[in-house]
Design a protein around this ligand. Structure first.
Ligand code: UDX
Length: 582
């Protein structure tokens, strides 16, 4: 604003003198691309930073209140489990009192912070009650819609500027509109009543969060059916009524706004007795928690032997790419869950300081009880993920992708940093364990099939972990297919476990049957753990088989033609089968 309005003097005040000192230095207290240059160019010209709050209020014609409105702490046994939350308006109240006490001439007071509907009245009441006689205040709502990482762009080219005020504040609304009009086209500056402006902000964030939860809910369906989430999202977004933004599947949304604002909306609905409406918005938060849980659950189910003592490279910790902000970051919830599974984490984020990561992981993650319960069935081989008893000694902070990946069994992409789109996966395949899993929580891997050839098995959000069998085939066709490749008769007696064969060159090869159901998976992992260990020099190959279980009949079929083509079936067919050693 200071850059666009050189004739207006702006003074930023804060109770935290250290923060003000940082604003005056070359190391600003917030990271936002391009902000340092703008601050540098206006500082001391028409942009000032000061800890002298009263003097700034006294001189100002317009006061913007932009303080934190955190979620009010809730008792642990709260029935809403963090899915409905009142906001703490203490900061707003203190500002209003201070303005009232200090002001000696009339002022426009603007609420910039995100607040529940009707907070404007609360501010007006304080100003009227404690203000000096004859001093008039016009209270306006001017919510900000800036996203981190693109805040400057969002401010310079806003989709809209909303100015809300009660009847009688029209002159104040015009004064504020004329400031924005210095760089925003007037058709994008809209005025409305105070409560509508306040609610428009909450509703905008809730609708954006709802879109992310909607596509994430669909991603679960894709994983179960084999539909491709990127194609589904593309198919939806090409409808101009839907549009393409905020349909990117991920491990869930984070940040200081979405969860807080939706929870605040739910609280508002409940406090007005609109319980059905509250439940609707609450579901947006539940799906967000579910998405994080599913990510960890899948990992624990798919990785052979569970996650205990597994080395996991976590790429990214910020709640989104382009920022070092970690507030409400899904990465913290996921890393905590992985630690509770007994994993060893190597975490790399291009911007988040290591100390901040460690501090986050020491904090208990406020997960709803139902999420924790769902997670505890993740894997029979992992410690139960129930309480936060994690020790950060299992966390290693890294300074590059490749340092994090060294000797990793699993690579988990947690933040959509641009840097991760350009990872040298060949280099990764040489540094990580082979084979290794890549759990892509942000769809940064462009060509998962190419990685498979490098020994990296990609499991992305919205893609099935294993090929989905073609259920349209009848048992006879499946049997026929299976026999054509390996001989059904040889397999039948081993169908519940695995196939083990001695190759002509003397190697023992164990063919894992891909199980469709949880029980089969458990049996296989158990076999692998108990019967064969790496020390025995056993090679484990994936024969691309699957099991259909039902009515005590097991049928073996082949699903992955690519894997089949790569297998040396001639040799396997010619080799005698060995019984499994129990
Ligand atoms: C949000 C609003 O966009 C902004 O208007 C408001 O002023 C503040 O809150 P911000 O929290 O900075 O901005 O980030 P945003 O880009 O909206 O992303 C929020 C979260 O949703 C991030 O964790 C992001 O990774 C996630 N997200 C976003 C997705 O998972 N998929 C998407 O398609 C979009």
């Amino acid at each position: 604003m200071a850059q666009k309005c050189p004739d207006i003097q702006f003074t930023v005040v804060d109770t935290d003198a250290k923060r003000i000192a940082a604003w005056k230095s070359s190391s600003l207290p917030v990271y936002e691309p391009g902000l340092d240059k703008i601050v540098e160019s206006r500082r001391g010209v028409n942009l000032h930073f000061s800890a002298d709050i009263d003097s700034a209020i006294y001189k100002a014609d317009i006061v913007l209140i932009a303080v934190n409105t955190p979620t009010l702490a809730q008792p642990n046994n709260s029935i809403s489990n963090g899915l409905a939350a009142a906001l703490d308006l203490t900061g707003i109240e203190e500002c209003a009192r201070r303005i009232a006490q200090v002001a000696r001439h009339s002022k426009i007071v603007i609420e910039k912070s995100t607040v529940p509907c009707k907070t404007g009245d609360f501010i007006s009441n304080i100003l009227d009650r404690y203000g000096h006689p004859g001093v008039m205040f016009d209270v306006l709502s001017n919510p900000e819609f800036l996203s981190e990482g693109t805040a400057i762009q969002d401010l310079l080219e806003p989709d809209r500027v909303i100015i809300g005020g009660k009847r009688g504040t029209e002159h104040a609304q015009k004064a504020l509109a004329s400031i924005y009009a210095q760089w925003v086209s007037t058709d994008r500056i809209v005025t409305m009543d105070l409560w509508s402006a306040e609610l428009a902000k909450l509703a905008s964030n809730a609708i954006l969060a709802q879109r992310v939860s909607s596509i994430n809910a669909i991603s679960a369906l894709c994983e179960a059916t084999g539909a491709n989430i990127s194609d589904v999202a593309r198919g939806c977004s090409m409808d101009s009524r839907i549009g393409s933004q905020f349909l990117r599947p991920s491990i869930g949304f984070g940040g200081s706004c979405f969860h807080k604002d939706v929870a605040s909306l739910v609280w508002l609905c409940e406090s007005l007795g609109l319980y059905e409406v509250g439940k609707y918005w609450q579901q947006v938060l539940r799906i967000n928690e579910y998405q994080k849980t599913r990510f960890v659950t899948r990992m624990a189910q798919v990785v052979d032997g569970g996650l205990l003592n597994k080395r996991i490279a976590c790429l990214g910790f910020a709640y989104k790419g382009g920022t070092r902000d970690t507030r409400n970051t899904p990465a913290a919830t996921i890393c905590s869950a992985l630690l509770e599974h007994g994993a060893q984490l190597s975490i790399y984020d291009p911007k988040v300081p290591g100390q901040s990561i460690i501090e986050h992981l020491k904090e208990p993650q406020n997960m709803p009880a139902e999420t924790i319960a769902a997670s505890s069935i993740a894997s029979p081989f992992s410690p139960v993920f129930s309480a936060h008893d994690t020790t950060t000694s299992n966390v290693h902070i890294c300074t590059s992708v490749y340092e994090a990946i060294a000797n990793a069994h699993v690579v988990a992409v947690l933040t959509a940093w641009e840097e991760f789109q350009n990872i040298d996966w060949y280099r990764v395949s040489k540094l990580a364990c082979n084979p290794a899993y890549v759990f892509d929580g942000q769809l940064v891997v462009k060509d998962p099939a190419a990685l498979k050839g490098l020994g990296l098995h990609v499991i992305a959000i919205g893609s099935p972990a294993q090929p989905i069998p073609d259920f349209s085939l009848g048992p006879d066709e499946i049997k026929e297919k299976a026999e054509a490749f390996i001989g059904m008769s040889q397999l039948q007696s081993y169908v519940d476990h695995k196939v083990s064969v001695i190759m002509n060159d003397g190697r023992l090869v164990v063919g894992m049957l891909r199980g469709l159901d949880q029980t089969t998976n458990i049996i296989m992992q158990e076999c692998q753990e108990r019967i064969f260990s790496e020390d025995e020099g056993v090679e484990i190959v994936d024969l691309g088989l699957y099991l259909i279980r039902g009515d005590n009949i097991a049928v073996v079929g082949l699903v992955d033609e690519e894997a089949d083509a790569a297998m040396d079936y001639e040799t396997i067919r010619g080799a005698p089968l060995q019984p499994i050693r129990h």
